[in-house]
Design a protein around this ligand. Structure first.
Ligand code: RP5
Length: 189
């Protein structure tokens, strides 16, 4: 596939990067080039317009925008561009500390704040919204949009669906063979 970046991944803070990495992983798996940036709607407001112009000049076909809390980024970007925006509501992860720790910080309402902020855009500037922290789904949705014009991506998506189907059949056969008690013991040991 060509190396021209066709998807923009943006996030409101470096603390969103761990969640947004899930989107990058899927796009990488499908060999779809993407550009990743931090654009904060409240800390760098002047960059919103600049980024939207940059995205259009670059020929991005989709923008995936993740933000937590009041989560203005996806909606603000959508209001600045014709490019479809997929919003990822983030239940904030604190990975900003120099020393990596497993401790997490949560947005005040467990991500519901960002989910509503992103999905409840007033009529006129829609943002398609995935579930809380579901950056992988945002990437899959982006691929579906791209697949309208790209038969290679469409073929890979069909294969991805087939793999999901086969995965369930394989697990179901094993469950049937072992019985539920043994299956659970093995799967969650
Ligand atoms: C939002 O505020 C960001 O998208 C992030 O999810 C949240 C918290 O940001 P930090 O305080 O961790 O930078 O703008």
């Amino acid at each position: 596939m060509a190396s021209k970046k066709i998807v923009g991944i943006i996030m409101g803070s470096s603390s969103d990067s761990r969640v947004m990495h899930d989107a990058a992983k899927i796009l990488d798996q499908f060999k779809v080039p993407h550009e990743d940036q931090i654009i904060s709607a409240h800390r760098t407001p002047s960059r919103l317009d600049t980024y939207a112009k940059h995205a259009e000049m670059s020929g991005f076909k989709v923008i995936i925008a993740g933000a937590g809390g009041a989560a203005h980024l996806p909606g603000m970007i959508a209001s600045h561009t014709m490019i479809p925006v997929i919003g990822v509501p983030i239940l904030v992860y604190n990975d900003k500390q120099l020393k990596k720790s497993n401790s997490t910080k949560f947005s005040a309402f467990g991500g519901l704040d960002s989910l509503l902020s992103i999905s409840e855009m007033p009529t006129g500037s829609p943002v398609v919204t995935v579930g809380i922290n579901k950056a992988a789904n945002a990437a899959i949705y982006a691929l579906k949009i791209l697949a309208n014009e790209n038969s290679t991506i469409k073929r890979k998506l069909k294969n991805h669906k087939f793999e999901q189907h086969s995965g369930v059949i394989i697990e179901s056969d094993e469950l049937k063979k072992r019985g539920l008690s043994e299956f659970v013991k093995k799967k969650f040991k």
